[in-house]
Write a protein that binds this ligand. Structure first.
Ligand code: 3PG
Length: 222
């Protein structure tokens, strides 16, 4: 009979998978102007990317999450760059459906378990993976992916950690995307290339939809 801890881990993993496997690529978004949030989200959804990470790196981030949650029902919006429990709580209040951090702390693991909001911690080493598993998390962002060993590191980590699945982020581009998404221990890849500053400034939503479509086709190898 499974013990309580592994039941909880399975529940948590299923909740996260239900969200994060909807798209093969998760755009990492820095929204400086809240007025961009809804058209940006619609443009990405139109291109086939419905899971959106709004990073808490701008003053407009929480308002952007609020607007997308209210006005773009086809998007699943989450908060990224969440560094502490206060930001976790603010993201949840704004309507974030999941939370991602660039690393992980005991306080964040505790808050995630306490609130039940799907949480994707980040890892870059074997010890950090062991810590995530100890906390009952078998899904993690692999960050910063390229500078932490990239595809070769993920292949090596699949040996000792067959139950772990990753979302590599950091240094992913159209050129190397497919080399990550073919890996069996990768459920999606993340990156900021889908919403470049110049396209945002020009409000070139069609351009962003085109980038999203291209990313989906590269990620799936189609
Ligand atoms: C992140 O927060 O996930 C990274 O800043 C994204 O990395 P990238 O800009 O190299 O895609």
């Amino acid at each position: 009979m499974p013990d309580k801890v592994s039941e909880k881990t399975a529940e948590r993993t299923a909740a996260l998978d239900a969200i994060l496997t909807r798209s093969p690529v998760i755009p990492v978004l820095v929204v400086e102007d809240a007025a961009h949030a809804v058209p940006l989200a619609r443009a990405l959804v139109a291109g086939g990317l419905s899971v959106l990470e709004i990073t808490l790196r701008s003053n407009a981030a929480l308002e952007a999450i609020k607007r997308i949650a209210a006005e773009v029902p086809d998007a699943v919006v989450g908060a990224g760059t969440v560094l502490n429990p206060a930001q976790f709580a603010a993201a949840q209040l704004a309507g974030a459906r999941f939370v991602i951090s660039p690393g992980a702390t005991d306080a964040l693991y505790f808050t995630a378990k306490d609130t039940g909001l799907p949480y994707l911690p980040a890892v870059a080493t074997a010890s950090e993976i062991m810590r995530a598993m100890e906390q009952g998390f078998t899904r993690a962002k692999f960050f910063p992916a390229e500078s932490s060993g990239g595809v070769a590191a993920l292949k090596s980590l699949s040996g000792p950690f067959p139950e772990m699945k990753f979302c590599p982020t950091g240094g992913i581009t159209e050129a190397n995307l497919r080399s990550y998404t073919v890996l069996p221990n990768v459920f999606a890849a993340g990156g900021s290339w889908l919403a470049p500053k110049d396209l945002l400034q020009k409000a070139d939503w069609a351009g962003i939809t085109a980038l999203a479509k291209k990313a989906v086709s590269i990620a799936k190898g189609s």
